[in-house]
Design a protein. Structure first.
Lengths: 548, 99
């Protein structure tokens, strides 16, 4: 770290002060901002990338639920779930139902616990065909990776979100300082020096970063925007003193209708399917996101039906509000203010839910490039410093630590994520808190990869973990074939794009890990003799260990 | 003792910059999130404008802190940027206090 100024030579006092160039200081800032939270960023990036297919992954993790060839009519499903909730969540002042769509074959509902003050919720997943709770294995599904990528686990949700925000801010700084560091950002994009050790790492890092730069910048900034009310509450704290005033802001952000006071008079809930049909007439049959019911069974009941993500790149609230007792349309919320709409668009850009399948794949691939950008950056830190080590076999503690954490963070995470999918297939269906155990399995496997990385020589640890990741990913479709009724060939014959897609993806990822492993071992094999002969080590030799 | 002092003198400015970047930058961003309330737009829009802009200012502040020649300049720059924002935020605060 040489950012400090007092260390400048005394000559600077007499000669006109010649500060270190801006590129040098920005390079230091880039390196340290990136390194300090790089492992978190890598995990956030990879689990976030996977989350673009979280609904598909959730389907794969609930193999008991049949492939949904046709999306059931949201109006019919909404009525079914409302009827079910009347008994399941009886007495609750508020229900909210997420309806199935082309990507999701379940309905999810959460409701306020009856008789409890404050924010106490219960939730369940329902089968749209029967309206009853799904008869599938207990699993968090793809939602685990999605939640993990902005709030981690084993810590209070708010701590996790603050930590994620802190890391995202570092990422933003790393991006801006990385761009300033770059003299020839355009030329460098077309420069790639294969098999040149540190140069190759730098070029890979540059290409991955520059290629996706608009995306990386967008995803980082919009990530902060999704939780900005948590990170920057000062404006709203100053402007709004009472909950009623704050409601003005909430109304601009979400379709969540706050429960008012019940009248105390009983009144049956009007047919919800008729309300959903009115919304369908506006937005399209399958473009309904949620149905929220406040004070069901009371004369003051309200029902809101909110618009889906199709046909607009915005998460701003759009909904129809009905009188729950009479079924009459009370309000149609179509637009929000300009700043709120900006926020809605930024939010939607982060989630990418508005996109069709092709857009989603593009999101996935560029986001994967972002993951690789963080990964290559982390590896480069060790590659650069390895050349300067007096004795590469006995590095100083900081180097040793970064090197080992990189192994657990990069191939280790792949193994852990695949490990969770293995546990999804292997844990007994009637295990108590089965869904939680899948999550524990993820962390147990991840911890084991860290132990392995700490105990083994670095090069061997890289290779072994890359090969292990290859194996566990490649074998997953086979495991699934033996443990479920839906082997790959059945899915293929049945035209089940979700199962086929996920399993092909697992093989593609396995191939990617195998490729990295082969390159790593080739480098190591080719360069080992050269190293013995020449103590003045070349750049290429230095990178042998990390050529992953 | 002298070695410790020397070390403090060489590390001090760096620590000062890190504090300026992390906390000074956040304070400036927090001011940015409040200041738009002084604009003649509705409160919810002003609040959201402030929130949306704050992270850009935070990132800019961090880059500034490490780009300038000395830690002292870094702090001075943050303070200069804070003055108009502080005035705007102050007017909002006193405005909302008024009956």
């Amino acid at each position: 770290m040489s950012i400090d100024d007092s260390a400048s030579p005394p000559a600077a006092a007499t000669a006109p002060l010649k500060p270190r160039g801006i590129r040098q200081t920005m390079s230091d800032l880039h390196i340290w901002a990136g390194l300090l939270v790089g492992w978190f960023l890598y995990a956030m990036f990879l689990t976030g990338t996977v989350s673009y297919f979280k609904d598909e992954l959730s389907q794969w993790m609930r193999p008991e639920l049949a492939h949904q060839a046709v999306v059931p009519d949201p109006a019919v499903v909404a009525q079914r779930i409302v009827t079910e909730l009347a008994t399941t969540a009886a007495g609750s002042p508020q229900w909210s139902i997420g309806l199935p769509d082309a990507r999701n074959n379940t309905a999810n509902a959460f409701w306020r616990k009856p008789g409890v003050q404050g924010r106490a919720f219960e939730s369940a997943t329902f089968d749209p065909a029967s309206g009853h709770k799904v008869a599938a294995r207990d699993t968090a599904g793809g939602d685990f990776f999605y939640r993990f990528h902005f709030q981690f686990h084993y810590m209070p949700v708010l701590w996790g979100r603050w930590l994620a925000g802190f890391c995202a801010m570092f990422m933003l700084v790393a991006i801006v300082s990385g761009v300033i560091t770059h003299k020839k950002i355009f030329t460098d994009f077309f420069t790639f020096r294969w098999g040149k050790g540190q140069r190759s790492w730098l070029d890979a890092h540059n290409a991955l970063s520059v290629f996706g730069l608009p995306f990386h910048f967008m995803i980082t900034y919009t990530g902060l925007v999704t939780l900005m009310a948590l990170y920057m509450p000062w404006g709203s704290d100053t402007a709004f003193k009472t909950p009623a005033e704050r409601q003005q802001l909430t109304a601009e952000l979400s379709a969540f209708v706050q429960p008012g006071k019940p009248s105390g008079q009983k009144a049956a809930l009007a047919p919800v399917d008729a309300m959903v049909r009115q919304a369908q007439a506006r937005w399209g049959r399958d473009n309904i996101a949620r149905v929220t019911v406040v004070h069901p069974g009371d004369a003051a009941a309200r029902v809101s039906v909110s618009r889906g993500d199709e046909g607009r790149a915005s998460m701003s609230p759009q909904y129809l509000l009905f009188d729950g007792a009479s079924g009459q349309l009370l309000q149609s919320k179509d637009s929000v203010g300009p700043a709120a709409e900006t926020r809605g668009v930024l939010y939607a850009l982060h989630l990418g839910r508005f996109g069709d399948l092709a857009t989603r794949w593009l999101y996935f691939l560029v986001s994967l490039a972002g993951t690789a950008m963080v990964g290559t950056g982390l590896v480069m830190w060790t590659v650069k410093r390895r050349q300067k080590l007096p004795d590469p076999d006995k590095p100083y503690f900081g180097f040793w630590l970064v090197e080992r954490l990189n192994i657990a963070a990069i191939p280790g995470l792949s193994i852990a994520m695949a490990g969770m999918l293995w546990s999804n297939r292997l844990l007994p269906v009637d295990l108590l808190k089965r869904g939680e155990w899948e999550v524990h399995a993820f962390f147990i496997v991840w911890a084991l990869t860290l132990v392995h990385a700490l105990l083994r020589p670095a090069k061997k640890a890289w290779l072994e973990q890359l090969w292990l990741a290859t194996a566990v990913l490649a074998l997953l479709p086979l495991l699934s074939a033996f443990t479920t009724q839906r082997p790959f060939w059945h899915s293929l014959a049945a035209g089940d794009g979700v199962f086929v897609g996920i399993e092909l993806m697992l093989w593609a990822l396995a191939a990617l890990h195998a490729m990295l492993a082969i390159r790593t071992s080739r480098h190591a094999a080719k360069l080992r003799p050269a190293r013995r002969g020449a103590p003045g080590r070349t750049t290429a030799t230095a990178s042998a260990g990390e050529a992953a | 003792m002298i070695a410790v002092l020397h070390r403090a003198r060489s590390v001090g400015p760096l620590v000062s910059r890190i504090v300026a970047a992390v906390f000074g930058g956040y304070a400036l961003a927090a001011l940015v999130s409040v200041a738009p309330l002084a604009l003649p737009i509705s409160k919810p829009q002003a609040v959201l404008t402030g929130m949306l802009a704050s992270f850009a200012v935070y990132a800019g502040a961090v880059v500034w802190v490490f780009a300038v020649r000395s830690a002292r300049r870094a702090w001075a720059g943050l303070l200069v940027a804070a003055v108009p924002l502080l005035l705007a935020a102050w007017s909002v605060r006193s405005g909302s206090m008024a009956p």
